[in-house]
Design a protein around this ligand. Structure first.
Ligand code: SF4
Length: 306
């Protein structure tokens, strides 16, 4: 895929009267010289891998460092109680983000979207919606409000996410080591927001607006993993990426626009990342990683591994 700007994608959507997903599919076919079926098949494989990663979560598993594990289960049980502040859907989004982040920390198979550290954001917004869709299909009280989605729609939404991630990777970065956490969780959040807007039938412009708003809201987020492990604060940052994506998607669907165009937001993110001190770019030497508690944790981990 070779899109260098959101503007280019929107232009293709308008000129060819195709959806955002179709514009990205067309570009992938051209770029990799593959058929439409081949590109769809590859994305179906990624979607199934994401679902499988969600299913394989084990709430009893703790990471080797002992820093993370079990919170995804705790949140899920709390969601089951029906007494959450955020409501059922958002609580399940939070639980899924924690679960996928913990699975990554526990070395389980996940889908890096766009990176392993940010692997929880996209599935957190998509899997609960997919589960709801399956229930809607079997429920007689279904189909009253939102359009019924098929599994293929979710596969197509991954192309939207991929297109957004590709533009950010081309213009800026998706790596915490070069752009800070804004580049990882921020990018994942933009990808997730766009996928959601697509699934809700939003226009290409609304998809781009959601990406811009979600990225803006996480601008400046530093990368400061305790002990250099992708665990603290990474697992819980997946939650904020997902929740931010949900709110940005709803804002875009409501017709709210970003005052700063999406491509310029990405450029600003690059500039902020370039200005970030190296201690705040995945070196584990600044921010939360430099707190007294984090230093104690690091000493303990090193002691254990000696
Ligand atoms: S803090 Fe750094 S390592 Fe952790 S998710 Fe963010 S970018 Fe990735």
């Amino acid at each position: 895929m070779a899109f260098e700007s959101f503007e280019q994608i929107v232009q293709v959507c308008q000129e060819k009267s195709v959806s955002f997903a179709e514009a990205v599919i067309g570009e992938d076919m051209k770029d990799r010289l593959v058929t439409r079926e081949a590109t769809l098949e590859k994305m179906r494989y990624i979607w199934n891998s994401m679902l499988e990663a969600g299913r394989s979560y084990d709430e009893n598993r703790i990471s080797t460092s002992g820093l993370v594990g079990g919170d995804g289960g705790r949140m899920s049980h709390y969601a089951d109680s029906g007494h959450t502040l955020c409501g059922d859907r958002m609580s399940r989004v939070i639980a899924q983000a924690l679960q996928m982040g913990e699975s990554n920390a526990c070395m389980k198979r996940i889908v890096a979207a766009p990176t392993a550290g940010a692997c929880g954001v996209l599935p957190a917004v998509l899997i609960p919606l997919f589960e709801e869709t399956k229930q809607d299909c079997t429920s007689s009280a279904s189909a009253s409000e939102a359009p019924v989605l098929t599994e293929d729609d979710f596969v197509l939404s991954l192309f939207v996410a991929a297109g957004i991630g590709q533009v950010i990777a081309t213009r800026a970065s998706i790596a915490g080591a070069s752009g800070g956490c804004q580049a990882e969780i921020g990018s994942a959040s933009a990808m997730a927001a766009g996928a959601l807007v697509f699934l809700r039938g939003g226009s290409c412009d609304a998809i781009v607006q959601s990406a811009a708003m979600s990225l803006k809201n996480l601008l400046g987020l530093v990368c400061d993993p305790v002990s250099g492990l992708v665990e603290v604060p990474c697992v819980k940052r997946n939650v904020i990426g997902a929740v931010n994506a949900m709110s940005a998607a709803d804002m875009a669907l409501a017709g709210i626009k970003s005052m700063i165009p999406a491509d310029q937001v990405v450029d600003a993110m690059k500039e902020v990342g370039d200005l970030m001190d190296v201690s705040l770019r995945e070196t584990g030497r600044g921010g939360l990683a430099a707190t007294r508690e984090a230093i104690e944790i690091t000493k303990k981990i090193q002691g254990i591994s000696k």
